[in-house]
Design a protein around this ligand. Structure first.
Ligand code: GAR
Length: 210
């Protein structure tokens, strides 16, 4: 059984998708938030999961917070740490400590639009498609090896909120699948590329549709 710790900062709908997927040979051992008012924490508690809040404002700086966060995470001895809407920039020490077992979901088709306000930036840039990316986390923000990407169309009358909703539905499918692939040992990192041994069928279906 692989142990998973999920970090959130807010709503937690991606965390919920992972938990409800009941991934074989995987157990979500804790949900940790940097904000006590994160709605996802309540959901996780009601579901019966271990939850913790480690408020970044209680620490003198980024290093001190990340050190404390690492200590709390490591108490669960996780095989995988999932950033599911965890809205903190992490120190290189944190990223290196979890190298190869830390993944993030980001609401854009990386390497386009790292950082914040991704949907508005996609609209402002005239993109015809948008989407989300799941990647291994490295010290450089939103830059690690890409595990999976989901694509949606940008429609003529889109607002950032409408586009975010469309992308979020794809996020909820993609993240549990990526976690399942990790747990099943199907993700092989080669340099900056991830060889996903379960992706061949998906790639075929995309090409066939087009
Ligand atoms: C998701 O859209 C996720 O991709 C994004 O925050 C949202 C969290 O929603 N993550 C980032 O922007 C990370 N830079 P959720 O709390 O309902 O899962």
């Amino acid at each position: 059984m692989k142990k998973i710790v999920i970090l959130i900062s807010g709503r937690g709908s991606n965390m919920q998708a992972v938990v409800e997927a009941n991934i074989a040979q995987a157990e979500v051992v804790a949900v940790i938030s940097n904000r006590a008012d994160a709605a996802g924490l309540q959901w996780a508690e009601q579901y019966g999961l271990a939850t913790e809040t480690i408020c970044h404002q209680d620490y003198a700086g980024r290093e001190a917070f990340d050190t404390a966060l690492m200590a709390r995470i490591d108490a669960y001895q996780p095989d995988l740490v999932v950033l599911a809407g965890f809205m903190r920039i992490l120190t290189p020490e944190f990223c290196n400590h979890y190298a190869g077992r830390l993944i993030n979901i980001h609401p854009s088709l990386l390497p386009a639009f790292p950082g914040l306000h991704t949907h508005q930036r996609a609209l402002d840039s005239g993109c015809r498609v948008a989407g989300c990316t799941i990647h291994f986390v490295t010290a450089e923000l939103d830059c690690g090896p890409i595990i999976a990407q989901g694509v949606v169309p940008v429609l003529g009358n889109d607002t950032a909120d409408a586009l975010a909703q469309r992308v979020l539905r794809v996020e909820h499918e993609l993240l549990p699948q990526a976690v399942a692939d990790f747990v099943a040992g199907k993700l092989v990192v080669e340099g900056n590329r991830v060889n996903n041994l379960s992706m061949a069928d998906i790639d075929d279906s995309i090409f066939l549709k087009n």
